[in-house]
Ligand binder design. Structure first.
Ligand SMILES: [Zn+2]
Length: 260
């Protein structure tokens, strides 16, 4: 009896607590998204407020953005380290760190995201043929091909024998017209908000970029920066810089998904 009496009194109170807790959580998520660009860049970026906070997200969703699946591909992994930076950091690790941050931003916006890898490993192909590297690349293509409405975004870091080169550059698949649009969106947002000196242009991928060559859907590969350049290599391992990079990539994907 005593117990029932207690629970009868406590119930409405605990319900109220739950409502308050839920409201606080929702409020802080909205505030975080709204403040996203301000928090990362020190100022609100025009256009960002239009995509990340609720208002235009609804518009983007209406236009079908939510039906798109984003396939995020962190390059290399496992035995395949990719490039090694002048500071000793391996490309595969930075690729995964940036890809996971992009994933987080996209999920905050309610987008469906598929990661080709979420940990440190090489992929295998269902076809089961070829070298480990070929199987790894085929495995990525096979995952992307499962989603007809997919948008494929591969994250890599660049390297060259000469130290002087730096700056992000986006490569796009020659198989779909919209791939170039996505590449231009990313390239221009980076030049505008992160790398004002970056005069690089997007580049159509040849058959040497295996994954872009094999995919029919919108597909781009982002070389986020040069690990052979001291200045850029030291930025690329910083969490704050990775956040900015990931935020701009996610923002570009959202904008593209809403308009495509
Ligand atoms: Zn790479």
């Amino acid at each position: 009896m005593e117990k029932n009496w207690q629970s009868a009194r406590i119930k409405p109170f605990s319900f109220l607590l739950k409502v308050i807790a839920a409201s606080l959580l929702i409020f802080s998520v909205i505030a975080l998204l709204g403040a996203g660009s301000k928090w990362l860049f020190g100022e609100k970026i025009p256009g960002f407020a239009a995509v990340l906070p609720g208002s235009s997200l609804e518009a983007a969703a209406e236009e079908g953005a939510e039906k798109r699946v984003i396939i995020l591909d962190a390059g290399h992994g496992g035995m395949d380290s990719g490039a090694v930076s002048v500071l000793g950091t391996r490309e595969k690790e930075i690729n995964l760190a940036v890809a996971k941050k992009v994933e987080e931003f996209l999920r905050m916006e309610g987008m469906e995201v598929v990661m080709t890898r979420s940990d440190d490993r090489m992929l295998t192909s269902r076809a089961g043929r070829g070298t480990a590297k070929m199987q790894d690349l085929l495995g990525r293509v096979e995952i992307a091909r499962e989603y007809e409405n997919g948008i494929f975004v591969s994250i890599h870091m660049n390297t060259l024998p000469m130290e002087k080169y730096k700056g992000l550059q986006v490569f796009y698949s020659a198989n779909s017209d919209t791939s170039k649009v996505l590449a231009l969106t990313i390239q221009s947002h980076i030049a505008e908000h992160l790398q004002p000196d970056n005069k690089r242009e997007t580049k159509k991928a040849g058959s040497n970029i295996f994954v872009l060559d094999r995919l029919e859907q919108p597909a781009v590969l982002i070389e986020c920066g040069f690990l052979s350049n001291y200045e850029e290599a030291s930025l690329l391992i910083k969490e704050e810089y990775q956040n900015k990079l990931a935020f701009l990539i996610a923002h570009s994907i959202l904008q593209f998904a809403g308009n495509d």
